[in-house]
Design a binder for this molecule. Structure first.
Ligand code: CDP
Ligand code: CDP
Length: 212
């Protein structure tokens, strides 16, 4: 097939979506988009404005005013940014504001996009859909290791509790809830390192792209 494919990589927090999606994109010569950054940057803009991320008008205005510099900020991760992102992401106005941008990106370049609703809402006709997951305990351990690597002192139980709360909020929302698309291939990486997850994903992608 001549057009460049769109590959959707969805799943819960710290499942290894970004690591996998980035690697797939590099391997296949496709662009990569971390769609979580759009929600993180929106949440950060709302906090900067002194508003509440649950305020629909403030959140939608922040999403509509997003610019590339917002996505390059260094303060888009950590507990406050995580929950602000998830709060703005539950609002229809925010999701609508970011939808065309994501679609244009994928259609223009062919791309690997990672997020929560890529296979269900943003690109329901994506050539390949992966839903990457792992046990909550393993995901919390991975995120905790990352936080420690950045010098943050935080208990693993606290990371687990925050991750569960965010996953619940992302899965329970009315608009674009996190869930596997019906035609997504599930990859449970609880027992896989990043290399094994990549090998498994690449086998799925190559099979789908060759029409197998
Ligand atoms: O890296 P991590 O998996 O922890 O989070 P992320 O992918 O950066 O996403 C941050 C938040 O943005 C999620 O908790 C979701 O609420 C929201 N999000 C979304 O709703 N839809 C997407 N396509 C991507 C992220
Ligand atoms: O994007 P998402 O929040 O789903 O996860 P990530 O930021 O790509 O990965 C979280 C951490 O898990 C990173 O430190 C990875 O090195 C590690 N990891 C992984 O990505 N895949 C595995 N199968 C095992 C660990």
């Amino acid at each position: 097939m001549s057009t460049r494919p769109v590959i959707a990589v969805d799943g819960p927090a710290a499942a290894g979506k970004g690591t996998l999606a980035r690697r797939l994109a590099a391997h296949l010569g496709l662009a990569y988009l971390d769609t979580g950054l759009l929600y993180r940057a929106t949440g950060r803009r709302v906090l900067d404005a002194g508003a509440n991320p649950r305020d629909p008008a403030a959140a939608e205005a922040a999403a509509r005013g997003l610019n590339p510099a917002d996505l390059a900020r260094g303060d888009l991760r950590g507990p406050e940014a995580d929950m602000a992102a998830s709060a703005v992401a539950a609002q229809p106005g925010v999701r609508a504001a970011l939808l065309d941008w994501q679609r244009d990106f994928g259609r223009t370049h062919g791309a690997v996009l990672d997020g929560r609703d890529i296979g269900t809402v943003v690109f329901p006709d994506a050539r390949v859909k992966l839903f990457v997951t792992a046990s909550a305990e393993e995901r919390a351990r991975r995120r905790w290791l990352e936080l420690r690597g950045r010098g943050a002192e935080v208990a693993q139980e606290q990371v687990l509790a925050e991750l569960r709360a965010r996953d619940e909020q992302d899965a329970a929302r009315a608009v674009a809830p996190m869930k596997p698309a019906e035609d997504a291939v599930l990859i449970d990486t609880t027992e896989m390192d990043a290399d094994a997850a990549f090998a498994r994903a690449l086998a799925v992608v190559e099979g789908k792209l060759s029409g197998a």
